[in-house]
Design a protein around this ligand. Structure first.
Ligand SMILES: *Cc1c(COP(=O)(O)O)cnc(C)c1O
Length: 360
């Protein structure tokens, strides 16, 4: 099989060893003669899988006891609705920080549930930076503040988690969960679709302070109520069993590598290698403000649409795939999630150097 490096923003690269294990176990999980996909979600085998997945996540992220870990379907996009449905319960109001397309989608859905104020925005800077958040701007009669910790499309990230005082802090962590250490106690609810850094598409993790669960006023449909999942250990109905299993394997892989701290160091090494190269390159540039740069998603461009196209075509022929930037930004984007090996980044840089030499 030809060696390729997959820089897709999501669904994205998974650790090779995880895929190999899945392949080995596909037909017969632990000698049972059947696949995880074929097992009852109420079987002791699956109960063990979901329990371990939760336990590993708690251990790796150091999640305090008073937080629930829920496995939900519908992607991060369903959380754009579930968060306000469940948490806009006292003041019918929330603050959102607008840092790009995903934040804007979250804002749009929240507005259907209640009143939304924009606490800070980097829209005027074309989302190339993370705006500063001023604590005194947060009026206490609000239900929560929402941020997007990593902005997958523009390539920015919060390097400092804002202090919102007594107001709950909610974070969309879809594209940088498990990429660096976070103090979970600074957050009150975190959600993340698995398909960027945690597993396959189809499962979303919600980490929520338990006293925020079940506080909504109106009756919610069972499947949109966090309490349903919290009470049933995420097995109220059939959960995405295979996705949860793969997620568990990815979490084991992280643990074996030395946990999030070890992963964080590798992520810094990978990202700085690429940023350093881009910053000194006469051909390529990244337009994100230095302090706000993402470790996971690195957009870059030659500032010529034609050259960008040529670059993408050639890169693909060399096995460097899914480097095309988001359709809203154009150019290129290299997503360097946890499972992207350092050699992938080095191979990309070598190719960029070669391309640069030919186009000066
Ligand atoms: C990918 C992404 C989403 C959307 O996730 P879905 O699982 O496709 O709904 C939301 N927020 C961020 C930050 C993302 O990167």
């Amino acid at each position: 099989m030809e060696q390729i490096y997959n820089f897709s923003a999501g669904p994205s690269v998974l650790p090779k060893s995880v895929l190999e294990k899945l392949q080995q176990e596909l037909l017969s999980y632990q000698g049972l003669g059947m696949s995880v996909m074929e097992m009852s979600h109420r079987s002791s085998h699956f109960e063990e899988i979901i329990k371990q997945a939760e336990q590993l996540l708690r251990e790796l992220m150091d999640i305090p006891e008073n937080y629930k870990v829920l496995f939900i379907q519908g992607g991060a996009s369903l959380q754009f609705s579930m968060v306000p449905m469940n948490l806009m319960n006292k003041h019918n109001h929330a603050y959102y920080v607008n840092t790009g397309s995903w934040a804007e989608k979250a804002i749009k859905e929240a507005k259907k549930q209640g009143e939304v104020s924009i606490l800070a925005s980097s829209k005027d800077q074309n989302f190339t930076t993370i705006p500063s958040i001023i604590k005194s701007d947060i009026e206490p009669n609000t239900d929560y503040v929402h941020i997007t910790t990593n902005n997958t499309i523009k390539g920015t990230r919060f390097t400092e988690i804002p202090d919102t005082g007594n107001v709950p802090l909610v974070a969309d962590m879809s594209s940088n969960i498990l990429s660096e250490t976070f103090d979970i106690s600074k957050f009150d609810l975190i959600y993340a679709g698995a398909q960027k850094n945690m597993g396959p598409a189809g499962v979303t993790v919600v980490i929520v302070r338990e006293d925020l669960v079940g506080t909504h006023q109106e009756d919610l449909p069972a499947m949109l109520d966090y309490e349903t999942y919290a009470k049933a250990g995420s097995i109220y109905n059939t959960p995405p069993t295979f996705q949860i299993y793969v997620t568990k394997l990815v979490l084991e892989w992280i643990k074996d590598l030395g946990g999030i701290e070890a992963i964080e160091k590798m992520n810094h090494d990978k990202a700085s290698l690429l940023y350093h190269y881009i910053d000194q390159s006469p051909l390529f540039s990244n337009h994100v403000e230095e302090e706000s740069r993402s470790l996971m998603n690195i957009p870059f461009t030659t500032d010529s649409e034609e050259l960008d196209q040529e670059f993408l075509k050639l890169a693909e022929s060399k096995g460097l795939i899914s480097l095309k930037g988001h359709r809203s930004t154009g150019g290129m984007r290299a997503s360097l999630y946890n499972a992207m090996p350092l050699e992938g980044v080095q191979t990309l840089i070598d190719f960029m150097k070669e391309f640069e030499a030919k186009h000066q």
